[in-house]
Design a protein around this ligand. Structure first.
Ligand SMILES: [Zn+2]
Length: 67
């Protein structure tokens, strides 16, 4: 199931400028930080982001079941 989700895009909110950085889930899972265009380094291993990834996996799964 995880392999099916590897191309899912994750939206990461920048705490500094509030813009969204979009990265593939497989990229997020193999990195600890992402650089925003404003120059801020955003930590990826935060509880908030983990919750967002879980939510995206859930919505992807339910979308898959509905088809
Ligand atoms: Zn930013």
């Amino acid at each position: 199931m995880i392999s099916l989700l590897s191309d899912t895009a994750i939206r990461i909110s920048c705490f500094n400028c509030s813009s969204k950085v979009v990265k593939p889930m497989k990229w997020v899972k193999s990195h600890n930080r992402v650089a925003c265009k404003c120059g801020t380094s955003i930590r990826l291993n935060t509880p908030q982001l983990i919750v967002e990834i879980a939510r995206d996996e859930l919505s992807f799964a339910s979308l898959n079941w509905a088809v």
